[in-house]
Design a protein around this ligand. Sequence first.
Ligand code: UT7
Length: 326
Amino acid sequence: MRRAVLAGLGHCVPDKVLSNAHLEAMMDTSDEWIRQRTGICERRISVPGQAASDLAIVAAREAVERAGVAAESLDLVVCGTVTGDMPFPSTACFVQAGIGATKAGAFDVGAACAGFIYSLAIGSAFVESGQAETVLVIGVDVLTKFVDWGDRSTAVLFGDGAGAAVLRPGEGDRGVIKTVLLSDGNGAPHIDFQVGGSRYPHGSPEAQGRRPAVAMNGAEVYRFAVRAMGDACLRVLAEAGLQPSDVDLFVPHQANLRIIRASQERLGLTDDRVFVNVQHYGNTSGGSIPLALYEAERSGRLKPGALVLTVGFGAGLVWGANLIRW
Ligand code: UT7
């Protein structure tokens, strides 16, 4: 069977570091609370004027270069983001123009923190079906531009970042083996950003009294995440006829170390088979999984032939997992 191989990865994070100590000076929080509850020590923050596509373009150029393909050969640019440059056009179009992907279609995928999981599923389906030869898949978010810095329960969690992967048709058993995508729109109120869409347009009477910022019921999202991550992982493995013990590297969405450890425990995986970088970047939403894959590969923890399990969850509610033979 024809499969989509991740032929080259790229990444980009802003230079500006915001540590827990910085946050202590900004709001009523502590390094101890943030580390204990989330595992986060620092995060990267985009500066004014630095938009999602600015990060995505750098990540995309690196992925294209590492894959050894020309930007003009890309058939499709799929960008998982919920913090795009503008409501429209899509951020994928800014990337398409920015890297010179002159023959590619381009669109965004709105699946919040599961943006890369969803985008990879779409991109790999295009490659598997033969509708595309070369696809650029991106996960990017700049959520720090959308948080209320007066709300300590959300402001400490997020960071900005992008990751990208070029997909090419593979031979043998390498590539994306299986994907599960799931959703429950009844959980929409648990994490949202309400203002600026057609329900509550900016400056409209309907938007009066609504905070233009990320709002989250942390405890509810936590409970959902622990259940959903484990469920999606077990399901994608079962559909592929594999066991948790077959997984060489588990690369979960980097939202909270406690959520990662709970999923790891459910799968019975030892620490050496779990990739964690949430301490450096916080929750970069759509950027989190491709950034983690990038760092895992660069640090030698992702070897050819390894079975990689990625899983993500986010606003929607949405969740899903990809199983990849590296
Ligand atoms: O990609 C999806 C994004 N969302 C998530 O992944 C979020 C999932 N949820 C979580 O990660 C956790 O629920 C949080 C990290 C957000 C919160 O951890 P928690 O253990 O559920 O804490 P809590 O919300 O139950 O709050 C415990 C206490 C509260 O004080 P009281 O009421 O017990 O006096 C909060 O006011 O901690 C307080 N608190 C803080 N204290 C210091 C909340 N935020 C902070 C803070 N610093 N930043």
